[in-house]
Write a protein that binds this ligand. Structure first.
Ligand code: BGC
Length: 806
């Protein structure tokens, strides 16, 4: 048991191994990876798992979702905000630190159940003094403005004075380990004591001058009594340091608690006015808010806040946990991806989205991509519908910006940006810089337009899962209309061929940039047009006046609707002539036929040798699921044979250069009956970060992949799908490695638990709401729900129902 590695100070708070991720030795080369793996976030902020005393290799980051800044960079990115973690302990001026002492014992672990990061080190300094330092860190989800660290410091072979620094470091920058990209996004406003003790640093982002206040207070207790003495404060440039000390006795643990809090001007709107930048001695509103929060936190105590935090996580896990029995390490790896995904989503704030690296790393600047709608949203819609609604509202809030974006690019309607931050303008950089300083023009945003269809598809899927027709009618319909409008204007009519085309476009496979008629994009655009037309027909018939209202408000003429219908009917969808193969884009089949022939020891495709001499663009090798992504999203448009043929064909050509790929190949592998591959793809996806398979976990956790893992288990192995008329279809394909699978789902106001056994028999229990229409292994029934849980158990292929379906 991992928890046995910790003393009684910590052990009792920890969960069993299925919830624990362990780092069992110190290797500085692994620091950046573990900072991502051990990031703690609460939907509001995220702090990477850096050491309190710092290490040479480190990218310490605290981000608040929605706090972006551009300054000298190419785009608005999440600003690295003052680092609240700092605690340094000294004995006679010797730092008791992981890199300044000999590490005699070492364990760090993430407890995912309780969302705690814990550590235990025994460190020996140059004079042979040994100190045990144990600790718990939390970023509270009960009160998202409370962060805390509790250390237990025990001198093992000496007694003496231990000096303590409580540090808030406002000097942190983005991309601190990349010389060319370093940027400082904040400017110091205040560096002062929190009250008569503690430390407070207030900064403002440089462009929009949004103020952020970070405060902390440190206390020490021995036998429950406060023992901290000799406090003094020092402001060192942008770093606030509070000094203090305590007497430590050999063999006796002293508890050191750091209470920290952060607020921004968004939550304390009156905090400054223009005086923010020039404030003199007066405490700002923001300062007062942080001070009061810390006072409250210290009065409640670390333990109380921690139990509230654990309670919130207990509720969250009650919704989100997936249990895979009989496959221990995969079970834990799946949980790990869910932990990070659910921790980053916000049920409170619809001004923020979920970035491609969550709140755990600086790559992609915290921007939202199509990753949100197509990879993560299904998880949130089924597990945390309130968070899903916020993600939908986020796109609605930024609809005007998408309209402006379309207009800027010469189109009508709304074109969502490829990368979205806080204001909805395009945040994908126009340039990239290579390590040698060469600048390249980056055309991703110029050509990769399919995100606009993803936003539309996200609405469709969100409404299908949650049944939130209110959103559809009040907001979603408007987005759908404006995105359809965009596609209609984006398509070009080819008179000679009498068809509509989308030229100069990039599909999901970014290794073939700017092609004509990417099948995925054309299909999705066509789908967007078709779905809106159907929806408008429905609104027209329901007689509520919504149809007329939308037409008037959005200035839709009948001719425009006709033209959409025309574009839809005549959209060009490239296909092979006789072989049933779908062509990824026009001309793809003419490219050099290169396929993947060798696999490494992890059963992963080896890059074909020929790519050393022939550019990828000239070959059929692709980065990620593209046609296969289309089969995943619009499966009902293709027959089984087409799906199987195309899966096999493209699987041989996909190098999975993006983490968005393996999970989709897993789900589709199951659809086409290739179960062994599906299982291997799921393992790949679930371990992508834990084993750093893409070699870039240091830059943050792969968020879309986390959503993809959830979809693989639920939509793939459990075989769950939702029909438009509200039926939950369940047709599992359990891999031979699993002894059982269970999870919970929300669906249109009901909540159910689904358990699958190795023989693919399914038990569905309605826990809340109902009735729920289900089709289990082909057998349709209605579970009444409400009151005592209603349950159905259906063995595979038997057509028999047990339990109480009505
Ligand atoms: C992928 C995109 C994805 C982006 C952010 C890229 O490498 O090709 O599909 O949206 O990463 O995750």
């Amino acid at each position: 048991m991992i928890r046995e590695r910790f003393s009684e100070h910590i052990r009792n708070y920890l969960s069993d191994d299925s919830w624990m991720i362990l780092e069992d030795h110190y290797d500085p080369e692994e620091n950046l990876k573990y900072e991502s793996l051990f990031c703690l976030s609460n939907g509001y902020l995220g702090t990477r798992g850096a050491y309190e005393e710092r290490a040479a290799k480190s990218i310490p980051c605290t981000y608040i979702n929605g706090v972006f800044d551009k300054s000298e960079t190419f785009m608005r990115e999440l600003a690295n905000l003052p680092d609240w973690l700092g605690i340094k302990l000294y004995v006679e001026k010797e730092l008791i630190g992981i890199e300044t002492c000999r590490v005699l014992e070492f364990s760090r672990a993430l407890d995912m159940k309780h969302a705690l990061l814990v550590k235990r080190f025994v460190l020996e300094d140059k004079k042979g003094r040994r100190t045990e330092v144990e600790g718990i860190r939390m970023v509270s989800r009960a009160n998202v403005h409370r962060m805390g660290i509790r250390l237990f410091v025990t001198p093992l072979n000496y007694s003496g004075i231990i000096e303590v620094e409580n540090i808030i470091d406002g000097s942190v920058i983005n991309f601190c380990d990349a010389p060319r990209f370093k940027v400082k996004h904040t400017r110091l406003l205040t560096n002062c004591p929190l009250t008569d003790k503690g430390a407070y640093v207030e900064v403002a982002t440089r462009d929009r001058k949004l103020c952020v206040g970070t405060g902390s207070l440190i206390e020490a207790y021995a036998g429950g009594r406060p023992v901290m003495k000799n406090r003094s404060f020092g402001a060192f440039g942008e770093t606030a340091v509070e000094f203090q000390d305590f007497d430590a006795e050999e063999g006796k643990a002293v508890e050191v608690v750091k209470y920290a809090s952060v607020y921004t001007e968004r939550e304390v709107p009156d905090c400054h006015g223009d005086s923010c930048t020039e404030r003199a001695s007066d405490r700002s509103e923001l300062h007062c808010r942080v001070r009061d929060e810390i006072k409250g936190f210290a009065a409640d105590g670390f333990e109380t806040e921690m139990s509230r935090h654990i309670e919130v996580y207990a509720r969250m896990w009650d919704e989100a946990n997936i249990e895979i029995r009989g496959d221990f390490d995969l079970d834990r790896a799946v949980r790990f991806t869910l932990f990070h995904l659910m921790s980053a989503g916000s049920e409170h704030d619809d001004r923020v989205n979920v970035g491609a690296k969550l709140l755990s790393g600086e790559e992609y600047g915290g921007h939202a991509f199509w990753d949100t709608e197509l990879f993560m949203l299904p998880f949130f819609a089924c597990v945390f519908p309130d968070t899903a609604r916020n993600l939908e509202n986020y796109r609605y809030r930024l609809l005007d910006a998408a309209r402006a974006n379309a207009a800027k690019n010469g189109y009508r309607g709304a074109q969502y940006p490829w990368e979205s931050a806080d204001d909805g303008t395009e945040q994908c950089p126009d340039w990239t810089i290579e390590p040698d300083g060469t600048c390249y023009r980056c055309y991703v945003a110029v050509y990769e337009h399919h995100v606009t269809a993803a936003v539309a598809y996200g609405i469709y899927n969100y409404v299908k899962i949650t049944g939130d027709r209110c959103f559809l009618r009040e907001k979603g319909a408007e987005i759908l209309i404006e995105t359809a409008r965009f596609w209609a204007s984006r398509c070009e009519y080819n008179r000679e061929m009498d068809r509509y085309e989308i030229r100069r476009v990039t599909g999901p496979d970014e290794w073939h940039e700017s092609v004509d008629n990417n099948l995925y994009t054309n299909y999705l655009a066509r789908w967007n047009l078709g779905y809106v037309l159907e929806l408008l027909r429905e609104f027209k018939e329901d007689g509520t006046g919504l149809y007329e209202d939308l037409k008037a408000r959005l200035n839709i003429r009948d001719e425009e609707l006709e033209s959409w219908s025309h574009v839809k009917e005549k959209m060009y969808l490239p296909k092979g002539k006789e072989n049933g193969l779908l062509e990824q884009f026009e001309g793809y089949f003419d490219l050099k036929e290169v396929t993947i022939e060798a696999y490494d020891e992890n059963d992963w495709p080896i890059r074909p040798e020929i790519l050393r001499t022939v550019p990828k663009t000239q070959t059929q090798i692709i980065k990620q699921a593209d046609v296969v992504m289309l089969l995943h999203l619009l499966g009902e448009e293709f027959d089984e044979e087409t799906k199987r043929k195309n899966y096999t064909y493209y699987e041989k050509r996909t190098l999975h250069g993006s983490s968005l790929s393996p999970s989709i190949y897993s789900v589709m592998g199951l659809h086409v009956g290739d179960e062994t591959k599906a299982y291997r793809y799921l393992r790949r996806a679930a371990f992508i970060d834990l084993t750093d398979l893409q070699k870039n976990t240091r830059e943050g956790i792969h968020a879309a992949n986390a959503g993809g893992v959830w979809q693989t288990v639920v939509f793939g192995f459990a075989g769950v799908s939702f029909s438009e008329d509200g039926v939950v279809d369940i047709r599992p394909h359990m891999p031979k490695e699993w002894e059982g699978l269970s999870f919970k789902l929300h669906h249109r106001g009901s909540k159910m638990e689904i358990t699958v056994l190795p023989d693919n028999s399914v038990t569905v229990t309605v826990l809340e709401g109902g009735p729920v229409s289900v089709r289990i292994n082909g057998e349709a029934m209605v579970l009444k729900g409400s009151g005592p849980a209603d349950e159905a158990m259906v063995p595979e292929g038997s057509g028999q129902a047990a339990g109480g379906p009505s």
